[in-house]
Write a protein that binds this ligand. Structure first.
Ligand SMILES: Nc1nc2[nH]cnc2c(=O)[nH]1
Length: 166
């Protein structure tokens, strides 16, 4: 199977059905493990990006939060949310079929704090300099929850289960 073609077909079909033009196909051992189009328009869920939905399905199927050993095909270079999710699940490779520059002339987004151009810049700023208003309310008992977690894990600080690097 041509996974690139599959990704384009999935995105095209989604647009034909009223959805947005994105799709993700996750491949393991030469077979499709999970796939999804973007379902934001269909569900009003702003996190229902193609990557997020396909990652969720793949992780449920594998029973792990790690996508080591997989290749992820995406129609568009991942947005910052999906890029974050991809780092969390760490597939072997991400193949993107269009750049954000190819995408941008076709979309306008008028969300309050949202500009794709400035997104990456925003994330690098201190929390009190970001467009999204944020307030730090320090609490000792909140930090205590981390200690509880560590005690319950035998003093271990590591998040268990990550495969060791090859
Ligand atoms: N790659 C990608 N970019 C998006 N931008 C908005 N939605 C999406 C999506 O589902 N995938």
């Amino acid at each position: 199977m041509d996974f690139v073609e599959r990704t384009v077909d999935l995105a095209r079909r989604n647009v034909e059905e009223g959805g947005r033009p994105f799709a993700t196909v996750i491949v393991k051992d030469g077979e499709i493990l999970a796939e999804s189009p973007n379902k934001v328009a269909q569900t009003n869920d702003p996190t229902a990006h193609a990557e997020i939905l396909a990652i969720r399905e793949a992780c449920v199927k594998l029973g792990t939060e790690h996508l080591t050993g997989t290749t992820v095909y995406v129609l568009a270079h991942p947005c910052p949310m999906c890029l974050g999710a991809l780092y969390y699940c760490s597939p072997d490779e991400v193949v993107f079929l269009t750049t954000r520059d190819a995408y941008e002339p076709h979309f306008v987004d008028d969300r309050k704090y949202f500009e794709l151009d400035t997104f990456y810049e925003e994330f690098g700023k201190n929390w009190d300099e970001r467009r999204l208003p944020m307030r730090h309310e320090p609490r000792a008992d909140a930090v205590e929850v981390y200690r509880l977690w560590q005690r319950r894990n035998g003093g271990e600080r590591r998040v268990a289960g990550a495969p060791t690097a090859a």
